[in-house]
Design a binder for this molecule. Structure first.
Ligand code: SF4
Ligand code: SF4
Length: 377
């Protein structure tokens, strides 16, 4: 058996559903696309992810020869209704930034160790264009919504890719978009216009980006501020957004299949009530939220902000007492978004809380949000 076959067998044994291999040549179209849309992707290009280096693996490891791309099926089990519409499936499956002591990190580590034991030097910390690498390795095809789809699964998959210094047997690329020609369901369903045409997405308008990338001290001018027109479209999403995948005919078979319940998620679901997240204590955040949500958000105040937006969008006056508590939070970010949510819910009770808050509010940001909320009631 060749090393390529050994690698594929080992990966399948680890639980990956598909394995493909491509060369470590650069991805020039991807690099050109990123550079031509710096207004949308500047934050990413300048971030510690360094995607332009990942898109040219030999620039980081001159001996790079091959990319091994892997698909992990994350939709073999059902996700609890309580979490759907709040947290995107990829985050429920703990796909990204998974540490080595958690299952997806451990699986990745075992794969790396196998490659090293078989004579491959594996590149460190390269953020590849993984969807594109997987398409070039012939294991997925693109959808117009910019996600990639694995045959028999759909787009609820995790792609992992390793760059190695060994020449392997390369698979036939499957780079073409494979959607029904007339289908535009994802573009029509995107609430913010982020997905503005086939294969074109403006991340700054994407709900997912705004829920977890909109944090202070991020490069490229990204801050924690979410513009009001985006807030209104966020619905109840607090981490990610699955809308453009949920409407897709290519995901329906799996979404409608009767699947066994994920017991871990079923147990965690009760901890993610929006009112709990709004007035989140440090202890609850560490013990109950972080064990599931350790991906991108680095401070509990962003979960609180997102919960405030979600409650405002639900618009139920029953949440006014929770928001009245949040408008006294030590974090100005939380107070500001609680004010916005109270303004969205409206009515006399909300107005009185906002007016009282304004008399002692010291933060310019929270003051502005409170005044805007009052003006809108
Ligand atoms: S994830 Fe949501 S907001 Fe982002 S492009 Fe898809 S539908 Fe639009
Ligand atoms: S919704 Fe239609 S156009 Fe969009 S990715 Fe799915 S099949 Fe393709």
């Amino acid at each position: 058996m060749s090393l390529s076959e050994d690698i594929k067998d080992f990966a399948l044994d680890l639980g990956y559903s598909k394995v493909g291999i491509t060369t470590a040549e650069s991805f020039p179209d991807y690099i050109a696309e990123l550079n031509s849309r710096r207004d949308m992707y500047g934050w990413y290009i300048d971030s510690t992810f360094q995607p332009l280096i990942g898109a040219d693996p030999k620039s980081a490891m001159t001996t790079a020869k091959s990319i091994i791309a892997l698909v992990l099926d994350i939709s073999k089990e059902s996700f609890p209704e309580k979490l759907l519409g709040k947290i995107g499936r990829h985050y429920l499956a703990r796909c990204y930034l998974t540490p080595r002591h958690r299952i997806n990190g451990a699986r990745r580590q075992l794969m790396r160790e196998f490659l090293e034991e078989n004579g491959c030097h594996v590149a460190e910390r390269l953020v590849l264009p993984e969807r594109l690498a997987a398409a070039r390795a012939g294991i997925v095809t693109y959808g117009k919504n910019t996600f990639v789809f694995a045959d028999g699964i759909g787009s609820f998959i995790l792609i992992t890719a390793f760059v190695v210094d060994v020449e392997l047997d390369y698979d036939e690329p499957t780079l073409k978009v494979k959607c029904p020609p007339k289908c535009t369901a994802c573009i029509e369903a995107c609430p913010t216009g982020s997905l503005y045409q086939s294969m074109k997405m403006d991340p700054r308008r994407c709900i997912a980006f705004n829920t977890f990338m909109a944090q202070d001290n991020y490069p490229g001018g990204v801050t924690s501020y979410i513009p009001p027109d985006i807030r209104e479209k966020m619905g109840t999403w607090i981490h990610g957004c699955d809308i453009c995948q949920e409407v897709c005919p290519r995901t329906q078979k799996r979404l409608k299949a009767k699947l066994p319940q994920n017991e871990f998620l079923a147990k965690m679901a009760q901890d993610f009530e929006l009112t709990r997240l709004l007035n989140l204590t440090d202890e609850y955040y560490i013990k109950r939220v972080q064990p599931l949500m350790y991906n991108y958000i680095r401070h509990k105040k962003y979960f609180q902000r997102n919960a405030a937006i979600a409650l405002g969008n639900i618009g139920d006056p029953a949440y006014i007492p929770d928001l009245a508590q949040a408008i006294q939070d030590p974090e100005e970010l939380v107070r500001g978004y609680a004010a916005w949510a109270l303004g969205k819910i409206g009515g006399n009770q909300a107005r009185q809380i906002l007016e009282a808050s304004l008399t002692h509010e010291t933060s310019e940001f929270a003051k502005k949000e409170t005044e805007a909320a009052l003006a809108g009631i």
